[in-house]
Design a protein around this ligand. Structure first.
Ligand SMILES: [Zn+2]
Length: 320
């Protein structure tokens, strides 16, 4: 009797915990509604700004001949600017054609020059403006794998100062840290931490949409969630994502829960021997992985994620 009562109590506690958990961390993501338009600068905290946009149809570079149009509005990577009394520390720079606009938006919040550029990762929509920045004589600091990826894909503007685990820039009495927490979206994802503001720029480790694992760029879906765990161990309350709106730490926690849920669903498909070729189309992936429940069935990055689904399946299968 006592034992069954204890079990019943345990079951109740478990049910309650699950209910509280799903309330706190809803699986469905509320994706921001965007409208087409030019780049804009928004204050995140005192001395910290995010530069978003331009907001374009089709893809991060707009509509191109034969380019896929998913009907959504896309933007190149979020740029962050930390203003110090001695100048600006810029994080990421979008595409080369965006750099002049980024610097122009920056002028609306400070007359001070950019002193350093830091990269979150090597992808063109975040860092291919590097070549323009280097031409201005500004040093670019990044993880060594980011530089290696620039050289591997022959993308101009490779960073000229590299680090392995962590680095810090001290400028005008302000400290900005660069932290390598492990693989995820690529093998070079760097979290930029603003300790005095309890804020981070997470690059594409966190985006307002489906997380994309770039296997060719050294990414890993399994390492990804571990890296987000390490990110969550940092003392921050505000996060600038790789794409999209500024987020709270609770939203980042919920993001990780959704990612783990998707990995668990992929594990289940592998366990049930569902063949990989039944996951090739968007409709199949949506159904098999329950993407609607996760809020990622029609996000800005879902079509960019789809081509990697075979390697995602292989990674989960190999780890069993
Ligand atoms: Zn990326």
């Amino acid at each position: 009797m006592r034992k069954s009562l204890a079990l019943a109590t345990l079951a109740t506690v478990a049910a309650l915990t699950a209910a509280v958990f799903s309330q706190q961390f809803p699986l469905r993501q509320n994706v921001e509604r965007l409208t087409l338009g030019p780049m804009r600068v928004e204050q995140v905290k005192d001395g910290l700004y995010v530069i978003r946009g331009p907001f374009l149809a089709c893809g991060t570079r707009g509509c191109r001949p034969n380019g896929p149009d998913d009907g959504l509005i896309h933007e190149p990577g979020d740029v962050a600017a930390r203003i110090t009394p001695a100048g600006v520390i810029l994080i990421d720079d979008k595409y080369p054609e965006n750099v002049a606009d980024v610097l122009d938006r920056l002028k609306s919040v400070t007359p001070l020059p950019v002193r350093y550029l830091l990269n979150s990762h090597h992808h063109g929509d975040h860092a291919s403006g590097n070549a323009n920045i280097r031409e201005m004589g500004i040093d670019i600091i990044a993880h060594k794998n980011i530089r290696a990826n620039f050289l591997r894909i022959k993308q101009p503007g490779e960073p000229n100062i590299v680090f392995a685990d962590e680095a810090a820039v001290h400028l005008g009495g302000v400290e900005v840290q660069l932290l390598y927490l492990g693989r995820g979206h690529t093998n070079g994802d760097t979290v930029i931490y603003f300790p005095d503001l309890k804020a981070v720029h997470a690059g594409d480790l966190i985006i307002d949409g489906m997380p994309v694992t770039d296997y060719a760029g050294g990414g890993s879906a399994l390492e990804f969630v571990k890296t987000i765990d390490k990110l969550l161990a940092i003392d921050f309350d505000t996060l600038i994502p790789g794409h999209g709106r500024v987020m709270t730490k609770d939203e980042v926690r919920a993001y990780k829960v959704r990612f783990e849920t998707m990995n668990e669903r992929m594990r289940d498909l592998v366990r049930r021997n569902v063949p990989k070729d039944q996951l090739q189309t968007l409709a199949q992936a949506r159904t098999q992985l329950g993407l609607a429940d996760l809020g990622w069935d029609n996000s800005v990055s879902t079509t960019a994620w789809l081509p990697s689904i075979g390697r995602y399946y292989d990674e989960i299968a190999a780890a069993r």
